[in-house]
Design a protein around this ligand. Structure first.
Ligand SMILES: [Zn+2]
Length: 484
């Protein structure tokens, strides 16, 4: 089945075909975090989206090389380093570690490579030298180096590939020094920023004097080093389209003369409780804020994965409660399938109870889960249709379980289907391993008390477990713990 994705570059839905030279291998670059604070839920929408894209490509049989940079030097970072009077590495190291911990909490697959900008200064300098040599960059009086939009356009190159820009106001040589600037400021942008007192100890030597790189050039240098001068896929949040991604294209194509990226994907904005997230409105959440409020990474991931990536998503606390309920439905269904589908073992179940069954007409999936799910994803990651396939499968499976019409073989086949699908969704079903050790120990103590016929003690432990939020269900295969 052909995977179709919306390409921002062509503004059209296109069949995703890796470039011939790479055969089935896909280079995928996603702009990573600027490590100056804990990532907020809007940032996480983009990173969970990138994880979905990677898992989908792998599901469709591609081999992906996933690169995500760490922006560990730019304007906001330098400002905070100066305020807090710590070293750059000490400051960024803290937020970088927190970022990777959060990435794990959200069950995002770790990228294969996570280059840091500060470890690529020689590559950045070499790229700027190339741009100067090609006549599209110049050194300003203060020792900073700028990219010349007029010279670049004069070579027949297009500035404004991802979004239409207005050049009427463009005055040749007008400059913007800040890493972040708005669409109205179409002007020469900084590749290298000459050292100023506010930079403190954050500077490197260069052919143009001491200074530091601009934010945009960092991504061009790191992505091309990791994936080559032309690669297949570049992702990011839509707020990065301009200027960041536009500048990445200009710097890369300006230096190599080759097309930079074949396919650009952008995730739309996220609102919280219907409004743009802001600290003053009280609707600003980091992942950590949500965990502190009793939600899990799995619930946050689920919720972020419910909306189509090109639609503005309204993230709400009510939505998180809904995620809890939806996941419980999946857990219940998958848990029962595991019971029915598990090979008979242990004293609680005689081997005659579930004879090996031949794969009859019932042995396949109870619903067309994998087929429907694949078709949904192939349609520009139509996640609503993908979830609809999952919950239809849950409904049909539950019905069959209730009717006792699923054989062990059919249940195992259904589980295998779920696992294929969950390799993309990454929400798993709550595994037995998630039961805390303390709770496991209480269960064992209760079993020991029952064995010794000390029912008073076993009842007391049952109550204690209940007080901690766990109930025991006695099943033919032994006691099972369930959270309520
Ligand atoms: Zn970037």
């Amino acid at each position: 089945m052909a995977l179709k994705l919306f390409n921002t570059l062509t503004r059209s839905l296109q069949e995703f075909a890796p470039s011939a030279a790479d055969a089935n291998k896909i280079g995928m670059y996603c702009c990573g975090p600027t490590v100056y604070d804990y990532a907020h839920i809007g940032n996480w929408r983009t990173f969970v989206f990138a994880d979905l894209v990677r898992r989908t490509l792998e599901f469709f049989g591609h081999e992906v090389r996933h690169v995500m940079n760490i922006t560990d030097v730019e304007d906001k970072i330098i400002k905070r380093v100066q305020e807090q009077k710590v070293s750059l590495r000490e400051f960024t190291g803290r937020f970088e570690a927190a970022f990777f911990a959060d990435l794990k909490t959200l069950n995002c697959l770790p990228p294969h490579l996570t280059p840091r900008a500060t470890e690529h200064i020689p590559e950045i300098i070499a790229l700027i030298e190339k741009l100067i040599a090609r006549g599209v960059a110049y050194r300003a009086g203060d020792g900073s180096v700028y990219f010349s939009i007029a010279k670049y356009r004069g070579c027949g190159c297009t500035y404004g590939q991802l979004q239409k820009l207005n050049f009427d106001e463009l005055r040749v040589g007008e400059r913007v020094a800040a890493d972040e600037y708005d669409k109205e400021a179409v002007a020469d942008f900084a590749l290298w920023k000459a050292r100023v007192p506010a930079d403190g100890a954050v500077f490197w030597p260069s052919p143009w004097g001491e200074g530091r790189p601009g934010w945009h050039i960092e991504c061009s240098a790191m992505s091309m080093k990791a994936l080559g001068e032309s690669f297949d896929l570049h992702l990011g949040g839509e707020d990065l389209k301009f200027p960041h991604h536009e500048d990445e294209i200009a710097q890369s194509e300006g230096a190599t003369g080759k097309p930079f990226v074949k396919h650009w994907l952008h995730a739309a904005h996220l609102l919280v409780e219907g409004k743009k997230m802001s600290k003053s409105l009280g609707n600003y959440f980091t992942l950590r804020d949500l965990l502190a409020n009793g939600f899990t990474g799995r619930e946050v991931r689920f919720l972020l994965l419910t909306a189509h990536y090109r639609e503005t998503f309204n993230f709400t606390i009510e939505g998180l409660h809904g995620a809890k309920t939806a996941l419980a439905r999946i857990d219940e269904c998958v848990g029962k399938l595991r019971e029915v589908g598990a090979p008979a073992s242990g004293p609680a179940r005689s081997s005659a109870a579930v004879p090996a069954q031949p794969a009859g007409p019932d042995a396949g999936a109870p619903a067309r889960l994998v087929a429907d799910f694949s078709a949904a994803l192939a349609d520009d990651l139509n996640i609503s249709a993908a979830w609809a396939a999952v919950f239809e499968w849950v409904r049909v499976t539950n019905k069959r379980l209730a009717e006792n019409s699923l054989t062990a073989v059919a249940a195992a086949a259904a589980l295998a289907e779920w696992e294929k699908v969950d390799a993309v969704l990454g929400v798993g079903a709550r595994a037995a391993a998630e039961i805390p050790a303390e709770i496991e120990a209480l269960l064992e103590a209760r079993q020991a008390a029952r064995k010794a016929k000390d029912f008073k003690q076993s009842d007391a432990i049952r109550d204690e477990l209940k007080a901690k939020g766990w109930v025991i269900e006695d099943t033919p295969k032994g006691p099972k713990l369930k959270r309520f």
